[in-house]
Design a protein around this ligand. Structure first.
Ligand SMILES: O=c1[nH]c(=O)n([C@H]2C[C@H](O)[C@@H](COP(=O)(O)O)O2)cc1CO
Length: 154
């Protein structure tokens, strides 16, 4: 039997932007573990309010290093966060990996985030909490189909 691909997944969520959604980041992280390794588990850790044991340069370098290993990025973007915005830029322009942004509609999402959806493997999904699992499953199914298609071309 063919094994489902296992991905290195870079999960993004607000830290200094506010930790009010940390429980949801936890639910997302749990679901993502079905598809591989979450490179940034601290994002979903309710005990982490700020990584006070690391200075900002160390966090920046560590996260850049993790991004270099990432196959896919999943960002919860409901709580606005400059750091998450940076990470989206790295993934989009430097690393060029598939991106799934998850947003629970409240105010208006930034056009630069909403607009990264390309009708292909970069997606921005408005969701309610009960839809989370299905949206994540659909996203990884699309990636799996693409991987099959790409290996079929070789
Ligand atoms: O302590 C940290 N550790 C860390 O890895 N980050 C990264 C991961 C998160 O996806 C993102 C959150 O950025 P912000 O703190 O601006 O909300 O930045 C951000 C901080 C704090 O800025």
């Amino acid at each position: 039997m063919k094994m489902a691909p296992q991905y290195n997944i870079y999960l993004c969520g607000s830290i200094r932007g506010g930790r009010q959604d940390v429980q949801i980041y936890g639910k997302i992280a749990e679901k993502l573990k079905e598809y591989g390794t979450v490179l940034t588990p601290f994002v979903a850790d309710p005990n982490v309010r700020d990584e006070e044991d690391l200075d900002d340069r160390a966090i920046f370098e560590r996260d850049n290093g993790l991004m270099a290993q990432a196959d896919v990025l999943v960002a919860e973007v409901t709580v606005p966060s400059l750091g998450v915005g940076m990470e989206l830029g790295w993934a989009l322009r430097d690393k060029r990996i598939p991106i799934l942004c998850l947003y629970r509609p409240q105010n208006e999402l930034s056009a630069l985030v909403r607009g990264l959806a390309d009708g292909n493997t970069n997606q921005v999904k408005d969701y309610k909490e009960e839809e989370l699992d299905q949206i994540i499953e659909d996203f990884f199914n699309i990636l799996a189909v693409k991987n099959v298609a790409e290996s079929g071309d070789k």
